[in-house]
Design a binder for this molecule. Structure first.
Ligand SMILES: NC(=O)c1ccc[n+]([C@@H]2O[C@H](COP(=O)([O-])OP(=O)(O)OC[C@H]3O[C@@H](n4cnc5c(N)ncnc54)[C@H](OP(=O)(O)O)[C@@H]3O)[C@@H](O)[C@H]2O)c1
Length: 244
């Protein structure tokens, strides 16, 4: 129970990787603020955490709306661990990328984490402790046709991770990122078996990850076990192949 007495906010905790992170943080004793848009999914995650003996509450917010992001920060209160996980990924060649999808990627994957860090890190500094983990993607580091907008929004998040780590290193706040490879989540559930097989073949291990495997790395970086680690992007991607 190394996280008891700490409060963790996990964005996009109603599904997939974020849900697995929320469950594992609660298991380690943190009080978890489960964020998402869907109250039904939110209630289910809170119930699962409580059934395991943990403590959680749900806050609904649409992170593409800056005012909603700030309301989330306000309602979450004092946060010791911030996991910027909510994100979208739409894969399209540039010629087919719309302005709306461009804005969606930047607002959700880059600007929302920026606003949350700006709102919540000062409290961490005041209390002299804090840990932030941003969920990026392997696609930010490798070149794949069609992932341009998604990769760019996460590459920006990785750069911010390193800048924030430098800004807060001497103030008791660590900032890191995890870059998952392909992972089985509701977001990837609608891909057909052939596509998933093709994606799995891009990893050295030849399989996609379970969300719990990504969560283990996120929780490690969030915890004091990673007390001397800041500014890293930890790839959790089953090994790279070829020139990737
Ligand atoms: N799955 C992969 O293969 C993979 C690989 C690399 C990186 N990642 C990254 O890992 C993170 C989680 O991915 P995932 O596959 O677990 O996602 P997912 O299954 O699609 O779930 C997305 C989560 O984000 C929330 N969300 C979506 N749009 C939102 C919005 N506008 N405002 C607030 N919350 C919103 C959803 O909330 P509601 O359900 O309540 O709407 C849900 O909790 C993302 O940042 C993604 O880029 C995923």
């Amino acid at each position: 129970m190394e996280l008891s007495g700490l409060t963790a906010l996990v964005t996009g905790a109603t599904a997939g990787i974020g849900r697995a992170v929320a469950v594992q943080l609660a298991r380690e004793g943190a009080e978890v603020v489960v964020h998402g848009r869907d109250p039904r999914r939110g209630a289910e995650v809170v119930a699962a955490i409580e059934a395991g003996g943990g403590t959680a509450r749900f806050i609904q917010a649409d992170l593409t709306d800056g005012n909603d992001v700030l309301r989330l920060a306000e309602e979450a209160g004092e946060v010791d661990i911030l996991i910027n996980n909510a994100g979208i990924y739409r894969f399209l060649p540039t010629s087919e990328m719309t302005d709306e999808l461009f804005d969606l990627h930047m607002d959700l994957n880059t600007k929302a984490p920026y606003l949350l860090v700006r709102a919540l890190a000062p409290g961490m500094v005041r209390r002299g402790r804090g840990s932030i983990v941003n969920v990026s993607t392997l696609a930010a580091a490798v070149v794949t046709k069609g992932t341009g907008m998604y990769s760019a929004s996460k590459a920006a998040l990785e750069q911010l991770t390193e800048v924030w780590a430098a800004e807060y290193a001497d103030k008791g706040v660590r900032v890191n990122a995890v870059a998952p490879g392909p992972t089985r989540t509701p977001g990837t559930d609608d891909m057909d078996a052939a596509t998933l097989k093709t994606i799995a073949a891009t990893t050295a291990m030849g399989r996609i990850a379970e969300p719990e495997e990504i969560a283990e790395a996120v929780v490690f970086l969030a915890s004091e076990r990673a007390g001397y680690i800041t500014g890293v992007v930890l790839e959790v991607a089953g090994g790279r192949l070829g020139m990737g």
